[in-house]
Design a protein around this ligand. Structure first.
Ligand SMILES: Nc1nc2c(c(=O)[nH]1)N[C@H]1C(S)=C(S)[C@@H](COP(=O)(O)O)O[C@H]1N2
Ligand SMILES: [Mo]
Length: 544
């Protein structure tokens, strides 16, 4: 009894005939979902409101997933986390399309209801966005759902024409009283494959359109290139030549804007219209006020070199960068507003509702906390917070560095928690002292002999006083430090190593400006930033 459908029984269709029909239905569903997504996205994009159903759903996902998932995504994919999310949403949508195709082959109404439900979810997600465009979204969704259903209707295998078969097909899955296929199964397979290929191409196109929206914004608002800023009233001198070493592969002293890491919860970069943008200083202040961009830019501006680090950065990771920022001192704005007694926390709020908060005293203790308008000599790029953002030396970005800043609110730590705090990250976010080996790279092979080991170390607000390297189980050796740019920036270091053949482990540790040496204890980034020594393993071969 091992063969369920012996050829000689001859009446029921063989399972091999039933199988392609499920595949066909699923394929039709995938194609229909792709058509629905493509139609919805293209229409939404054409409307020019910057809306995208896929991106709105993605934003909902970001805000609703358990914090562990969000952390893991940043950890695994870093700056590419958003692209991965969008691809994931498209893939899941197509999978659901496949399921609806199969269900729709039995009862088309199920598919219709399923498509309509997903359209509605997209509209709901868009409607919940500050600045969302629900009407455009609803029209785009309606068109997308219709397109999907038209495709599904046409692609689904026609209901059986044999008398009585329709009931069987509707009612009892798998009993298969279907008319014999007009074409042979191989032909069906090939067509199914071609459709899937076409669907894949369609999806790639959608992903391309959406992906563009992820990396740039969808064209709303003022472009940074339209802005001309006056130079700082107190500019900084160019860094002394001794501040950087010439070692190939070593991080440049200033991270170019295009290479600067980007971490935020905004799937679509907020497009800010400078005409209507305002910076408000509110809360526990005697004289709340608001400024237009021109008024803000007309205030005295300073330059400051500050290294910005993400709390999610792993030991040895690249979610850290250094820039020369230009902007208005936060202290000046606070003095103008008159901070009231007991206002222990400064909260930065962005145009899209994100918040980060830090102690008021750090803005007043003499460090150069800025409302930055420019980064490395250019107006802030959109990805990095155009038209204005906070930058506070010594604090992780998640508590301090609000991009697309719209409000600075004085409050208390009891009364308010910033975005990441209820998600399990520490309320105070001082940057952990860290050091990183840039060269040689992990897993590299090099010839025996003298070679440079080099990297960067940072302890913003404290500075770096020493960096040491250990090889295997050997002692700590002092590295040579480049001139310090500022206590708020990372500092380059190098160590000339007499590399001997074999596999070696190189370790680095830094000591901050007040004499505290980095702990060897390895901790994960949550809640207060990763600790531990960066270690790279390299292979050294005989030089002949
Ligand atoms: N509006 C807004 N500002 C934000 C964030 C955000 O999600 N939204 N993320 C913060 C975090 S966690 C970091 S590490 C820094 C990163 O700044 P960058 O993307 O310019 O490197 O921005 C901070 N400012
Ligand atoms: Mo971050």
């Amino acid at each position: 009894m091992s063969a369920p459908a012996a050829p000689e029984t001859g009446q029921a269709p063989s399972p091999s005939q039933a199988a392609p029909s499920t595949t066909q239905s699923a394929g039709a569903g995938v194609l229909a979902a792709a058509a629905a997504l493509a139609t919805g996205e293209v229409l939404a994009a054409l409307a020019g409101t910057g809306s995208s159903l896929v991106l709105s759903v993605g934003q909902e996902v970001i805000e609703r997933v358990p914090p562990g998932v969000e952390d893991a995504a940043i950890d695994l994919f870093g700056t590419a986390d958003k692209l991965v999310l969008v691809i994931g949403i498209v893939v899941v949508s197509l999978g659901l399309g496949a399921a609806l195709g199969v269900a729709g082959a039995r009862r088309f109404r199920i598919a219709a209801a399923g498509f309509a439900l997903f359209g509605a979810l997209g509209v709901a997600a868009e409607a919940s966005r500050p600045g969302g465009a629900p009407i455009v979204a609803a029209l785009a969704a309606a068109a997308g759902v219709s397109a999907g259903l038209v495709v599904l209707r046409r692609r689904l295998p026609a209901p059986a024409a044999v008398p009585g078969a329709a009931a069987t097909v509707e009612g009892v899955p798998g009993t298969g009283m279907r008319p014999a296929s007009p074409t042979d199964p191989a032909e069906v397979d090939r067509r199914g494959f071609l459709r899937l290929a076409a669907a894949t191409a369609g999806v790639a196109a959608v992903a391309g359109v959406v992906g563009r929206g992820v990396t740039r914004s969808l064209g709303r608002g003022t472009q940074p290139s339209q802005v001309t800023l006056a130079p700082a009233s107190t500019p900084l001198a160019a860094p002394v030549p001794g501040a950087s070493f010439d070692v190939e592969g070593l991080s440049p002293l200033f991270t170019p804007n295009a290479d600067f890491y980007r971490i935020d919860t905004a799937l679509v970069v907020p497009g800010v219209d400078l005409e209507s943008w305002r910076l408000r200083v509110t809360g526990m202040v005697d004289r709340p006020f608001e400024l237009t961009f021109d008024e803000l830019a007309a205030l005295p501006q300073v330059e400051a070199d500050i290294t910005l680090a993400c709390v999610s950065n792993q030991v040895g990771g690249d979610l850290v960068g250094n820039a020369r920022w230009q902007g208005v001192r936060l202290r000046d704005l606070l003095e103008r507003a008159g901070v009231q007694n007991g206002a222990t926390q400064i909260v930065g709020r962005s145009v899209d509702g994100w918040t980060g908060g830090f102690p008021t005293e750090v803005a007043l203790d003499g460090r150069e906390a800025l409302v930055a308008l420019a980064m490395n000599g250019e107006p802030l790029p959109r990805d990095h917070g155009f038209p204005a953002r906070l930058v506070v030396p010594g604090l992780f970005g998640y508590v301090s560095a609000t991009k697309w800043l719209s409000e600075i609110e004085l409050t208390t730590f009891e009364d308010f928690d910033g975005y990441w705090v209820p998600r399990g990250w520490s309320k105070l976010g001082p940057v952990e002292t860290q050091s990183r080996i840039d060269v040689p790279r992990f897993g590299s092979r090099s010839a025996a002999g003298r070679m440079p080991v080099a990297g960067v170390a940072w302890a913003p607000a404290l500075g770096i006083s020493r960096v040491e390297i250990a090889v295997d189980d050997g002692p700590w050796n002092e590295a040579v430090l480049a001139e310090a740019l500022d206590i708020d920036t990372w500092r380059q270091w190098r160590y000339d190593w007499d590399a001997t053949p074999g596999r070696h482990e190189l370790r680095v540790r830094a000591t901050d400006g007040i004499g505290a040496t980095q702990t060897a204890e390895r901790t994960i980034p949550r809640p207060g930033g990763a600790t531990g020594h960066h270690t790279v393993t390299v292979t050294v071969v005989d030089s002949e």
